[in-house]
Design a protein around this ligand. Structure first.
Ligand SMILES: Nc1ncnc2c1ncn2[C@@H]1O[C@H](COP(=O)(O)OP(=O)(O)OP(=O)(O)O)[C@@H](O)[C@H]1O
Ligand SMILES: [Mg+2]
Length: 279
């Protein structure tokens, strides 16, 4: 499997605030990868630097084999993005936003595609409505639709379901799983651990600009003896010092990036140890 995204030593500071402090990341083609961490951990900055919409201070970034700054135009046509904060032009209508977005992407399949997407996201029949008349959740759905219009090979979703009702969240989850089945790579951030556990093949936990753990959610939970992802988040991602460590915690370097192979190897070791102790 090829890597859709490769990040080495990525750093970004805003004056005296170090937002991203030298991180390494690898996302395989066709996987759903989740970035989680406390408010201000550096998730959005990381995504923006990967996309090239924010200039990195140092480090290497490759997306679909391209440099996001140098090859920005080429990459743009294969990428869908839902930013955490989107402001729309005043009085712009839903249909107009979709039409304009579709016109920017050669692979967007015209208006048939976006009309189908609006239907799928429960926004059909609203094409003539102004965006500023939509509810918060409806705006959020629209921003996901706009990210999907390009028919992207790689999709970035920054807090995709914030403000959505449970039925809408489930609908989006189903849609994203289908996209993954069709080979699309998805990188998302979310503060909902149920969502991350359900959707993500692998995750990276960020804390103060660093990645403190990386791997498949079930393997990270198993190796740390946490019963759910929220406990794992408290262990590796919470901003406060002295987070409670659940029983069975495996002391890992906070800078250690845990590969799936390494984690399953540790799990085997642990299982073997438990077996021996029980004899
Ligand atoms: N445009 C900016 N100018 C100055 N500082 C910024 C800017 N954007 C982000 N920061 C700072 O960089 C750090 C990382 O912010 P970032 O938005 O990447 O975090 P995040 O993990 O996405 O947080 P959240 O979960 O709240 O969205 C924070 O300390 C934030 O205050
Ligand atoms: Mg953010």
């Amino acid at each position: 499997m090829e890597n859709a995204v490769e990040v080495r030593g990525l750093k970004k500071a805003y004056k005296d605030v170090t937002a991203v402090d030298g991180i390494d990341l690898t996302v395989s083609e066709g996987e759903i990868f989740g970035l989680i961490g406390h408010n201000g951990a550096g998730k959005t900055t990381t995504i923006e630097c990967i996309l090239g919409t924010r200039t990195r201070d140092s480090g290497e970034v490759s997306v679909l084999g391209m440099d996001p700054v140098r090859d920005r135009k080429k990459l743009f046509t294969r990428t869908g993005v839902q930013f955490q904060h989107t402001s729309y032009q005043n009085r712009l209508r839903i249909g107009e936003a979709c039409e304009v977005t579709a016109s920017l992407y050669p692979g967007s399949c015209g208006s048939g595609k976006w009309k189908e997407l609006l239907e799928q996201f429960g926004l059909s029949g609203r094409t003539r409505k102004e965006i500023n008349e939509l509810s918060g959740g409806e705006k959020q759905k629209l921003s996901v639709v706009l990210a999907l219009i390009p028919g992207p090979d790689i999709l970035f979703l920054d807090e995709l379901t914030t403000g959505l009702d449970p039925a809408a969240r489930r609908g989006i989850w189903g849609y994203l799983k289908e996209l993954r089945e069709s080979g699309v790579t998805i990188i998302l951030t979310s503060h909902y651990m149920d969502e991350v556990e359900y959707l993500c093949d692998r995750i990276a936990i960020m804390k103060k600009g660093l990645i403190t753990a990386q791997g498949a959610p079930h393997q990270l939970m198993e190796i740390n003896g946490t019963k759910n992802l929220e406990d794992l988040f408290m262990l590796y991602g919470e901003e406060k010092k002295g987070a409670v460590k659940p029983q069975g915690y495996v002391n890992a370097s906070p800078l250690l990036s845990l590969s799936a192979e390494f984690l399953s190897w540790l799990a085997c070791l642990r299982a073997a140890g438990e077996k021996e102790n029980s004899i």
